[in-house]
Ligand binder design. Structure first.
Ligand SMILES: *Cc1c(COP(=O)(O)O)cnc(C)c1O
Length: 415
């Protein structure tokens, strides 16, 4: 059966990208450079004193997450699947990212802060050499309250943008698709965001949000499908990994490749991270995207080369998945084009398997994450058929979960 047929039948598949090329051969053609991402990292450094003041729980003002080795989980997976996972298995804990509890803390907070900086500088209220903690003062909150931020989301991006925007002082409107969990909407309202609910999917929520924002000259739309700033915030996570791996004594070179498995929705989060990683490690890092069998939007866009000109609905899929963060039917073309030669592969995973990994991770390591965040775990199993090198370091990017309310965690674990 060919790949398209398998996708239509919602089979789990792994696809190795036939367009994959050596990083050096196309690096120069990409729209963003390492320097751009270093500038983004410097901007986040400037904002650290502000973050520290506005969110005292973020002790150093830096929004980052740990890497942890998960040996027990690796053994469980090997037993469960009757396969050897060559090399070691590490989990990136973006579920612990402060403020938003998901990978969206990277892109979302970066973009809102950059916008705030630009408004304040234009007005002559802020200088690049200032201590940015002044931005938490009432006079700045008053100034920002004249401006609106809007975003369309399946949940987590809304949580991130809504929380940071409300704290900065912006009026913020979050357009939520039908699949967004109600606790995410409730939490956002509690933080002071206005939530508009749609009975349609993510693409529609984005479209409505964009249209409404365009009617208001003081409104700024965070465009999940096209935003370079979101992408840059995510990419910072990729470039920071080098230091974290060094600290764990993990070598990455020709003979010690890094395999990274990233849950993918519209593509910005995993795409940005993958790009940051490629800039640091070049061909020694192999990136894979993971999507639900009901929503393989990025895989479809890449394999057909049609990017945002094709949706999962076009091939008869319903885009319905428990992995709400990945419930995206049409991929970002901006990201898809950047990934075209960069991505090693992509695979799909059934919803029931997300829950199996979720429960196993909790049992073996005491770590709870939301269903979307487990999609990458199927990667080391799937690639083990092809790559049998004991020097591989596999990293599953855990993308969210620390804000899930206690009673829901309990309900999921007992289901
Ligand atoms: C948004 C999200 C992703 C994927 O990010 P995209 O930018 O939509 O591709 C993965 N996991 C979780 C938990 C998310 O919220």
């Amino acid at each position: 059966m060919n790949l398209m047929e398998e996708l239509k039948q919602m089979k789990e598949v792994i696809w190795y990208n036939p367009n994959y090329g050596e990083f050096e051969s196309f690096k120069e053609d990409l729209p963003l450079t390492l320097e751009d991402i270093i500038h983004a990292e410097e901007r986040l450094q400037r904002f650290a004193p502000y973050i520290k003041r506005a969110f005292p729980e973020v002790e150093d003002g830096i929004i980052e997450s740990p890497l942890v080795s998960i040996e027990n989980m690796k053994k469980q997976m090997e037993t469960e699947y009757g396969k050897k996972i060559h090399g070691n298995l590490i989990l990136k804990r973006d579920d612990l990212l402060p403020i938003a509890g998901s990978i969206k803390a990277r892109g979302g907070i970066y973009e809102v802060l950059k916008h705030a900086e630009s408004l304040a500088m234009k007005k002559g209220l802020l200088n690049i050499n200032d201590d940015y903690s002044i931005l938490a003062e009432e006079k700045f909150r008053d100034f920002f309250s004249n401006y609106t931020i809007q975003v369309g989301s399946t949940g987590n991006l809304g949580l991130s943008i809504g929380t940071i925007s409300a704290r900065v002082g912006f009026e913020v409107i979050v357009h939520m698709s039908q699949d967004a969990k109600s606790w995410k909407k409730d939490l956002l309202r509690l933080k002071g965001a206005k939530v508009i609910e749609y009975s349609s999917d993510y693409s529609k929520a984005v479209e409505e949000g964009r249209a409404l924002s365009e009617q208001n000259p003081n409104s700024y739309f965070v465009d999940d499908e096209n935003s370079k700033d979101l992408f840059m915030g995510y990419a910072v996570g990729g470039i920071r990994m080098k230091k974290q791996l060094d600290a764990m004594n993990v070598i990455v070179d020709r003979n010690h490749p890094l395999f990274v498995y990233l849950p993918c929705g519209v593509g910005g989060g995993p795409g940005g991270v993958a790009y940051g990683l490629k800039l640091m490690f070049g061909d020694n890092v192999k990136c894979f995207f993971a999507e639900p069998t009901h929503s393989p939007a990025m895989l479809l866009g890449l394999m057909t080369g049609l990017h945002d000109e094709i949706s999962v609905e076009d091939i008869g899929l319903d885009n319905k998945t428990e992995a709400d963060g990945l419930a995206v039917g049409r991929p970002s073309s901006f990201v898809g084009k950047i990934m075209d030669k960069m991505l090693t592969g992509a695979f799909t995973i059934d919803d029931y398997r997300l829950y199996e990994f979720l429960k196993a991770l909790y049992k073996e390591e005491g770590i709870f994450m939301e269903p979307s965040a487990l999609a990458g775990f199927y990667g080391p199993i799937l690639t083990s058929d092809k790559f049998k090198d004991d020097n591989i370091t596999h990293i599953c990017w855990g993308t969210g979960g620390s804000l899930v309310p206690e009673h829901m965690v309990k309900a999921i674990l007992e289901s």
